[in-house]
Design a protein around this ligand. Structure first.
Ligand SMILES: *Cc1c(COP(=O)(O)O)cnc(C)c1O
Length: 351
């Protein structure tokens, strides 16, 4: 079965080799206070910075999931208020989680077909603005340019960006925001259970000011530990090792992005011919590069998903409100050209 589900999805081909190598090298029982572990964490951080174009001055942290990152931001970077600008289920969940810890968190939903206007998003009385760069539930995204725009009109507010299903697939302008995060089971093509959080010097300053230390994963403690390339608890060392391997083997992100965008265009061209199926995001300005969301009648969507499973293709279910009349196709780097061609040839019966 080839998983085109937008996370977890098809993992990198080399995973079995890397796991064997990890076993051979003793990584599976590595002590997380050892020099070898610190070297691994340091190397993984520097590779991430190099390949993804993350500014040298930014700090990298490892957590267990994007969901944990939502909570860490709420508990360690906020005191009173955040603003959540979102158009889908993941942005809404981020708001819901934050709202439980930060009662004045404010939701600002917008339509999935609408492009955000940065100039209309000026917030004076908030500590952070939270944006979902790539809304995995409906296949829309917020461009680097708009994120820059939001930063420009809110120069004193922390900007936090959920890039879970795009980091590693497209070029993100990290310098435009303060807190970015992604779990590894999407564009990195790895098994789930690890996430990367990237913080600007300003975010670090803020966490030090707030100095929240009530939780095992308080960002303050995580920062103190990470200053010595360590973590607060015994982490998923194998996952960090696999992340190191995958990032080491990848091209620089601008090159990866070219491939992602070329494949996205191919999908667009493919579905343009269809009478029964269309891309959910009609507006190209908001269309995701990494999650292709296809809309059709509920009957057809169900038929395609079921027939796909029989033929060995796992397609992503629609999410939330879009459950019945959409399905999703991951456009993540680990998917092979041949697999995509096979999926297209299977879908041709239905378009
Ligand atoms: C998948 C996803 C999450 C949740 O990731 P977990 O690793 O399950 O916590 C959060 N945000 C977005 C945009 C996602 O695509």
């Amino acid at each position: 079965m080839i998983s085109f589900y937008p996370g977890p999805s098809r993992v990198h081909d080399k995973i079995p080799d890397w796991v064997r190598e990890a076993h051979r090298q003793g990584i599976l029982s590595m002590n997380h206070r050892s020099q070898e572990f610190m070297d691994l964490v340091k190397k993984t951080s520097s590779l991430l910075k190099e390949k993804l174009d993350i500014p040298e001055s930014y700090s990298i942290f490892f957590t267990s999931s994007a969901t944990e990152c939502w909570e860490i931001i709420a508990q360690s970077l906020l005191i009173k208020k955040s603003v959540h600008v979102y158009n889908g289920a993941f942005g809404q969940k981020w708001f819901d989680y934050t709202h439980r810890l930060v009662p004045d968190a404010q939701a600002i939903p917008f339509g999935p077909q609408n492009e955000l206007a940065a100039n209309e998003l000026v917030f004076r009385d908030t500590e952070a603005i939270c944006i979902t760069q790539n809304e995995t539930s409906n296949g829309t995204q917020v461009s680097n340019k708009i994120i820059y725009g939001i930063r420009k009109v809110n120069p004193d507010v922390l900007l936090a960006v959920d890039a879970t299903s795009s980091m590693g697939g497209i070029h993100l302008k990290f310098e435009a925001a303060d807190c970015w995060f992604a779990s590894v089971q999407k564009c990195f093509g790895l098994p789930a259970g690890l996430a990367v959080m990237v913080c600007s010097p300003r975010a670090v300053q803020r966490l030090e000011q707030i100095a929240e230390s009530k939780h095992y994963n308080s960002l303050t403690t995580m920062k103190e530990m990470m200053d010595h390339w360590q973590t607060t608890h015994t982490p998923n060392v194998l996952a960090i090792y696999l992340l190191k391997c995958v990032v080491k083997s990848m091209s620089k992100i601008r090159r990866v992005e070219k491939k992602t965008l070329r494949r996205q265009k191919d999908w667009e061209r493919y579905f343009r011919k269809s009478r029964s199926l269309r891309l959910f995001a009609g507006n190209t300005a908001v269309r995701s590069s990494t999650v292709i969301t296809i809309q059709g009648s509920p009957d057809l969507v169900e038929t395609i998903k079921a027939a796909g499973r029989k033929k060995g293709f796992l397609l992503g279910d629609g999410y939330g409100d879009l459950k019945r009349d959409t399905f999703r196709i991951a456009n993540f780097p680990a998917l092979r050209k041949k697999e995509i061609e096979k999926l297209r040839s299977f879908l041709t019966t239905y378009i």
